[in-house]
Design a protein around this ligand. Structure first.
Ligand code: NDP
Ligand code: GUE
Length: 282
């Protein structure tokens, strides 16, 4: 079986087109959606992501305000900036790029963001709303995964979904989102015994581990849908996912590539959440 490629880049482009129209309509009503992007320090990967986010905002007409702070910024200074952004009426969304330097408590920073501006969906209020099935901001990577599944017509009702990885930003929330759509969800992690057996039962596999090609092709049940969230840079510069792509594609019915899969959707859902927040402006 040759799997269908799930083209995240193309879906992201379509959604960004729709968002451009929606932003135009909001602007005509005098509302310019605004996103504040906060970067502390000069981690090269984070710098790349932050400039991709700014470019994406410009592309759909969202106002973006960047705050690049030195690595020595204190937690107190960062909290003060968050406080200002919480009050700033031009700002609908606040994104603090993670990871933060070691001397800053990430949980304290996330908790300081006004939940009404938590477009990353990382605030305990947003996470709690997801857990109890209330509307609220959904974190962007898992939200993008759900949009991709919806786009290919993958109905999760009663399906076996196996998520590999239980981080707060990907594995755990994507498991909750699949549960909300009536999947039977298994959440695997580094202590899981016999990962291959779990993956082998899955109608849908969602990999978010951060280990290059660790999910082997012959683990995949024939006809399964494979979503690869992993982004790993190899020594030779190549980007690969957490799934051994070629071998998995030979068995799957549909699979996401890396790059060009989940990655472009993450930033798109950030734009989506920012536009939604602007719509809900008090
Ligand atoms: N496409 C996108 O937009 C995004 C991509 N990513 C990528 O997704 C990947 C995961 O990111 P993130 O969730 O932040 O990673 P974390 O490092 O926070 O979490 C990794 C998870 O994988 C589990 N794990 C580690 N080793 C194994 C193993 N041998 N078997 C089973 N599970 C294992 C860990 O288990 P335990 O909890 O037991 O330690 C942990 O739950 C990375 O490659 C990252 O770059 C991340 C965010 C966005
Ligand atoms: N507060 C916060 N929110 C985040 O959402 C957040 C974060 N911190 N820290 C880091 C992770 C990672 N992340 C990605 C975003 C886009 C791509 C992406 O667009 N990837 C492209 C290109 C990859 C490349 O060329 O490097 C692709 O997969 O095709 C990937 C990963 C957001 N994150």
């Amino acid at each position: 079986m040759a799997a269908t490629l799930i083209d995240g880049k193309a879906l992201a482009a379509r959604l960004r087109q729709q968002l451009t129209t929606e932003v135009e309509e909001l602007r005509q009503r005098g509302v310019v959606p605004g996103l504040a992007v906060v970067l502390v320090g000069d981690d090269p990967a984070s710098r790349v992501y932050v400039s991709m986010k700014e470019k994406a905002c410009a592309q759909v007409g969202i106002f973006s305000a960047e705050h690049r702070l030195p690595a020595e910024t204190s937690q107190q200074q960062l909290l003060e900036l968050i406080g200002q952004l919480n009050q700033d009426r031009r700002i609908d969304g606040i994104l603090v790029q993670l990871p933060l330097p070691g001397h800053i408590d990430e949980n304290a920073i996330i908790a300081a963001i006004d939940p009404a501006k938590d477009v990353d969906g990382f605030h305990p209020v947003s996470v709690g709303r997801l857990a109890i099935g209330q509307p609220g901001f959904r974190s962007c990577t898992p939200f993008g995964v759900m949009k991709m599944l919806e786009d290919i017509g993958c109905d999760l009702n009663g399906k076996e979904v196996v998520v590999v990885g239980r981080s707060n930003i990907v594995g755990k929330p994507v498991a909750l989102m699949c549960l909300a759509q009536n999947a039977t969800v298994t959440l695997c992690h580094s202590r899981t015994r016999d990962l291959a057996a779990h993956v082998g039962r899955a109608d849908v596999v969602i990999a978010a581990v951060g280990r290059p090609e660790m999910i082997q092709g012959d683990w995949i049940k024939p006809g399964a849908v494979v979503i690869d969230v992993g982004i790993n840079r190899l020594a030779d510069g190549r980007l690969v996912g957490d799934v051994a792509f070629e071998a998995a594609a030979a068995r799957a019915s549909a699979i996401t590539p890396v790059p060009g899969g989940v990655g472009p959707m993450t930033i798109t859902m950030l734009l989506y959440n920012t536009v939604e927040s602007a719509r809900q402006r008090p």
